[in-house]
Design a protein around this ligand. Structure first.
Ligand SMILES: Nc1ncnc2c1ncn2[C@@H]1O[C@H](COP(=O)(O)OP(=O)(O)OP(=O)(O)O)[C@@H](O)[C@H]1O
Ligand SMILES: [Zn+2]
Length: 847
């Protein structure tokens, strides 16, 4: 379902291979291991996984945590000892020194692959590549019986012994310089271990495909003078060649043939002759096209000026600057109510970082935040790179190179911005840290908060999490001393929080005469329009009607591949599956009994739009959901029309709930606060609280105050009660009690294994086999892991595949991770059944 939340961002849309767990893939690549794999990991001593406080726990040195990283460190150390063998080493060893020298010459590279077999495998580095090959580069190596060398990633260079002499050689280096520095290589190894994904696939996520492919670059040949040309020889050259030759020698840099021709006032022919004679030496370089079109960076027209900080902003800034100056990795949680001016604090903190020649990453939940956020940052910093999903590959590559060269002060983007290769990173900011879009829902299923934490801690820089509604994980971290809490309990300029009125939809009088807009909400919109104010209406379902059902036989029109009801979309008269995008023309009669009077039930934003237009005929109304926002730039357009006051009522899904800052919004209406409440997910209450609080926060941001009307069938629900009173503390207190009952995160750790396949009982059989393995791994480790399932998840079928899932749960993440690793490391399924399994560590989606 391509909601904006799940819009492919930065790296996800570039054809990254899905996890190659399918037995088919294994069969396709029968590569026999060509060299001994790295020593098996002993992941038990992993402080970062201690518990799900984990999420934010302090890690001082990643290198000590992971065996892979430790191995890397060790290889570095042995490398330096190789260069300067001490006397004692020479005398204490048995073989004569000259033999030792020979042994020492065997240098090895550890290579991982994106496709099965994944490695790591060791290869010998042949002499010509010794200088060149570094971790973070791509190489080509022989693998199994394949005819052509296979591309892989070098993760370590280390010293081998005589035993390694018979290993195969690295064939060639595919990059001139590493695509990621050693810190990022370590991050890859950590992610590979923690999320149980092959390191090669993590590399492919970390380095955008556009960068790997060199998008937007061209090859250019440059010439330098041959070193062995004597003056006498030059004298003998024909005049034009001589002129070109002298020009090149006097120039301090290499030149192209065209440049030489222009400079020496000749054609390119004499240059070709010089080349043929070997008088000038060609060198091919890859360069960005000069003509690459970089889309004008646009914002929505807001001009941002620096504000005099309020007292609480100054206090917050002080603490962040102290953290930056401390040079230590630490996590800060900025809990500031909506409209408390968190963005201004981020900007000032980054100004501090930039003043020390540092740079920063700011992650924002999704592109809906970008126009406004972007405007604020771009007007305050010289050089900002905004990464978003609508960039062309060459644009993406261009920014990536700028970032890597240290030309960018601030990188703003969605979750994948966490990998931005800034050379002097001084601060990572995760705005709206509670947002679920920070978790990637395809392989590798990483959470940007967790990865940002690992990266920040390994670099010794602060991670700043900001939210008006911090996730339970962040809050718990602050409570247990893993994060420092900074509170901003008041809005700027002493603005009050808006009044929230609950409308009980069970009461007929309140509901009004049919439709989704209750009597009190209708009244409030009328009042707002009369006062010249603007209103926001939130309904978290797109489409027109959410079910299409026959009143005669009860048949519900459903997706043949997912068994989920299709949603009717009025524009185009389509019925669509929101899970797989299956689309048909909406049937005019019942496909089952032919009764011609099929009913559209349930409410989506399109239907709300129709009702709103009917009820407020004089208002300008705009709808914002992923259906209307498909075209590039539509966000910007709608938001700037809203800012300028051309639009009176903005209605839409959760994408209008976050971050928007418009002073003239006097009213927010929540059409159905319960929509997220009854999801079979332990985070349902948290999501509801966050959504209602966030959307309520869009009003009262100017001098004219604001009010909120929340329609609900369960006004007594604690999450809705707490949201209506802006009472985050009450909410977390209640919710923590619920989580404690079952040791759900953040008090415990959860992992999910999804098993899917085309045949139901074959799929279930694999699920059962996995259960058996998990149970014996648990017994072997004597760990206290609770295993639930296998059971069909709420979405029983998806894209034609039957699904089962298992949930694992324990107090410590390391225990869950290790149980899965032990159980499934060598688990293979029968290729002909086409059953796959996916491991999701710290899942946020349980559907
Ligand atoms: N010190 C200040 N004095 C006056 N106005 C300020 C100050 N700091 C920020 N503002 C303004 O207050 C408004 C709210 O700030 P901002 O959008 O940063 O809030 P926020 O905390 O990020 O809110 P939310 O969580 O709702 O997105 C903005 O218009 C901003 O320009
Ligand atoms: Zn479907």
């Amino acid at each position: 379902m391509p909601t904006l939340d799940s819009l492919p961002v930065l790296l996800d849309d570039l054809g990254i291979e899905p996890l190659d767990l399918s037995p088919l893939a294994t069969r396709r690549n029968p590569g026999s291991p060509v060299s001994p794999p790295l020593p098996p990991s002993e992941p038990t001593d992993e402080p970062d996984e201690h518990s799900s406080l984990d999420d934010l726990g302090e890690v001082d040195d990643l290198g000590e945590l992971l065996p892979e990283l430790a191995a890397l460190e060790k290889s570095k150390r042995s490398e330096s000892s190789r260069q300067e063998p001490s006397q004692s080493e020479l005398f204490e060893t048995d073989p004569p020194p000259w033999e030792l020298a020979v042994q020492d010459d065997v240098m090895l590279a550890s290579i991982v692959f994106a496709r099965s077999p994944h490695g790591p495998y060791d290869y010998r580095i042949p002499d010509p590549l010794l200088e060149e090959l570094k971790p973070g580069m791509r190489v080509a190596v022989p693998l199994g019986h394949r005819k052509k060398p296979t591309p892989g990633w070098c993760v370590a260079v280390k010293q081998g012994t005589a035993l390694h002499r018979k290993l195969r050689d690295v064939t060639e280096c595919l990059d001139d310089s590493p695509l990621c520095d050693s810190a990022l290589v370590r991050l890859v190894m950590w992610m590979s271990h923690y999320y149980q994904v092959p390191a090669g696939q993590v590399f492919d996520t970390l380095i955008p495909a556009s960068v790997r492919a060199g998008a937007g670059t061209k090859k250019t040949t440059y010439f330098t003078p041959a070193k062995d040309m004597s003056d006498a020889e030059i004298e003998k050259l024909p005049a034009k060649q001589q002129a070109a030759m002298r020009l090149l020698i006097s120039s301090a840099r290499a030149m192209t043939a065209a440049e030489l021709a222009v400079g020496a006032k000749c054609t390119e022919d004499p240059i070709r002759r010089l080349k043929k004679k070997g008088a000038i030496v060609p060198e091919v370089r890859r360069e960005m096209h000069s003509g690459i079109r970089i889309l004008a960076q646009q914002n929505d027209g807001e001009v941002d000026r620096s504000h005099e900080l309020t007292e609480q902003q100054s206090a917050a800034l002080d603490r962040i600057q102290t953290a930056v100056d401390s040079g230590r990795g630490r996590t800060l949680l900025l809990h500031g109510v909506t409209g408390s001016g968190k963005t201004e604090v981020y900007i000032k903190a980054i100004e501090h970082v930039v003043s020390q020649a540092g740079s920063a990453i700011v992650m924002v939940p999704e592109i809906s935040l970008t126009p406004q956020t972007r405007g604020r940052f771009e007007s305050r910093f010289e050089s900002v790179a905004v990464l978003h999903s609508q960039m062309s590959p060459s644009e993406r590559h261009f920014h990536w190179q700028r970032i890597r060269r240290g030309e960018v002060q601030v990188v703003i983007g969605p979750r994948s911005a966490v990998f931005a290769p800034l050379p002097n990173l001084g601060l990572i900011v995760l705005d709206e840290e509670h947002d679920t879009s920070f978790k990637q829902d395809t392989q590798p299923r990483y959470h940007a908060r967790k990865v940002a934490h690992a990266r920040a801690m390994s670099l010794g820089v602060p991670l700043l999490l900001g939210s008006a509604t911090p996730s339970m994980e962040a809050w718990h971290a602050a409570q247990t001393g893993h994060a420092e809490l900074i509170s901003m309990p008041n809005r700027v300029a002493n603005r009050p929080m808006p009044d929230v009125q609950l409308v009980d939809l069970r009461v007929r009088d309140e509901r009004g005469g049919g439709g989704a807009i209750s009597r009190p909400l209708k009244q409030a919109v009328d009042d707002t329009l009369r006062e010249g104010g603007q209103a926001i209406l939130l309904l978290n379902r797109r489409g027109f009607a959410t079910t299409i059902q026959c009143p005669a036989c009860g048949h519900v029109v459903a997706c043949p591949d997912c068994d989920m009801p299709l949603t009717h979309h009025r524009d185009g008269g389509k019925a669509m599956c929101h899970y797989c995008d299956y689309t048909i023309a909406t049937p005019p009669w019942c496909p089952s009994c032919r009764f011609d009077g099929i009913r559209y039930g349930g409410l989506g934003t399109q239907k709300l739009e129709v009702e709103t237009k009917a009820k407020f005929p004089n208002a300008n109304i705009a709808r914002m959901d992923s259906d209307t926002m498909k075209r590039p730039g539509s966000h910007q357009r709608v938001l700037s029309e809203f800012r300028s006051g051309e639009i009176d009522i903005l209605l839409g899904t959760q994408m209008i709930a976050k971050g928007l800052d418009f002073p003239n919004v006097l009213l927010v209406g929540v059409i159905n606060a319960d929509s997220a409440l009854h999801f079979p997910d332990f985070r349902a209450a948290e999501r509801t609280f966050q959504l209602v609080t966030q959307v309520a926060g869009r009003t009262g941001r100017g001098d004219r105050g604001g009010r909120v009307i929340v329609q609900t069938f369960t006004p007594e629900h604690p999450a809705i009660q707490a949201a209506s009173r802006h009472d985050y503390m009450q909410f977390v207190e209640d919710e923590m009690v619920n989580r404690r009952k079952f040791n759900y995160p953040p008090l415990g750790s959860v992992a999910r294994i999804i098993i899917r396949g085309p045949v139901e009982d074959k799929t279930e059989a694999v699920a059962d086999a996995i259960l058996a393995r998990l149970e014996s791994a648990r017994d072997l480790l004597q760990s206290e892991v609770r295993i639930l399932g296998p059971a069909p998840p709420p979405i029983v079928r998806l894209r034609g595949k039957y699904r089962f899932h298992l949930l694992l749960q324990a107090t410590e993440a390391a225990v869950v991770g290790e149980t899965i690793r032990r159980a499934l490391a060598d688990f293979k399924t029968d290729p002909k059944d086409e059953v796959e399994f996916l491991i999701d560590i710290d899942p946020v989606n349980l559907l």
